[in-house]
Design a protein around this ligand. Structure first.
Ligand code: ZN
Length: 317
């Protein structure tokens, strides 16, 4: 078995207009837009990446803008909510900041940590979890939020599962994670030896509403492989357990394999992505995200692609 999976790599969601993701995720939540590129499987649409200073694995939320799509609905087979860690003393400043931005926020608590829960403009449920257990010295502080209070990276996303699903076994027996908390229907699993984006919550229920992909829903969730060799080992290990796993796909900034299984992933699309080469592969750190990057194999179609994409301007909060 490969070494334990060290944590989340990225989460990809469907949104409305590209500019609206920029205005909200950079303009309000203060993430850095670390890459502006296209959906490699649908190059006439954007793929926008938001994260910390350089888009470290575990901090990256990405969007396929889909402005003509209908509103989605979370349910079985889809990640239900996305969470970010914030420093414990940032809770009140964040609450005030979100209120000022006109966002309706609910204060709650999960496993002893205070949480701010709200929806993004497309209906995706977000949580800010106030905790000092997750650290990241590379949080982005050049937006509307100081680096002192900025989002650190992912806290626990919520994955709906059915009680007889093998998803808990996937985390413990394959990924090498440990169940660390349990309350009512929620079970929290944690990766060893990692201090960022190292937890997921499984929401165990007899029934879940059926989900519908659309704006405001998560498309897939990606976990980390440290390098291509480790990813290959995961591909083999998963196939040995009878899961159907894709071939390795070149995503330029990382390499990916995907799998989705009604029992092992509760029907949720999982990805395992390599840590490298990362977002500095084709841009200097100071210019990350500012201009449209297109992979070499699509470069011949650049003008056609540029014509099809909406123009983006600096975020307005
Ligand atoms: Zn992905």
């Amino acid at each position: 078995m490969p070494a334990p999976i060290p944590g989340l790599h990225h989460i990809t969601a469907l949104s409305g207009a590209a500019q609206d993701t920029l205005d909200f995720y950079a303009g309000v939540l203060g993430l850095r837009r670390v890459k502006t590129t296209v959906n490699f499987d649908d190059p006439k649409t954007h793929h926008l990446y938001y994260g910390d200073t350089v888009g470290r694995p575990g901090t990256v939320l990405t969007f396929f803008p889909w402005p003509r799509a209908r509103q989605g609905r979370t349910g079985a087979g889809m990640v239900q909510s996305v969470a970010f860690a914030i420093p414990a003393d940032a809770l009140d400043p964040w609450n005030a900041h979100l209120n000022e931005a006109g966002i309706s926020v609910r204060r709650t608590e999960l496993f002893g940590d205070p949480v701010l829960r709200f929806d993004d403009p497309f209906g995706l449920t977000l949580e800010l979890v106030a905790t000092d257990t997750m650290t990241n010295s590379g949080a982005w502080g050049d937006g509307p939020i100081s680096s002192e209070h900025a989002l650190r990276g992912f806290h626990a996303p919520v994955l709906p599962i059915f009680s007889d699903d093998r998803t808990p076994d996937l985390f413990t027996d394959l990924f090498g994670w440990t169940q660390v908390q349990e309350s009512e229907n929620r079970r929290r699993f944690q990766a060893p030896d990692s201090d960022l984006a190292n937890v997921v919550d499984l929401q165990v229920q007899e029934r879940h509403p059926s989900g519908r992909m659309g704006q405001g829903t998560v498309h897939h969730i990606a976990f980390r492989a440290r390098d291509a060799d480790e990813q290959k080992e995961w591909q083999t290990a998963l196939r040995d357990r009878g899961l159907q796993v894709t071939d390795v796909k070149d995503r330029q900034y990382f390499q990916s394999i995907y799998f989705r299984d009604p029992n092992w992933t509760s029907g949720i699309l999982f990805e395992i992505a390599t840590d490298g080469p990362g977002f500095l592969d084709d841009e200097a750190e100071a210019e990350l995200g500012e201009t449209l990057r297109i992979p070499s194999w699509l470069e011949a179609d650049r003008s056609e692609i540029e014509d099809a994409l909406p123009a983006l301007t600096s975020p307005t909060a």
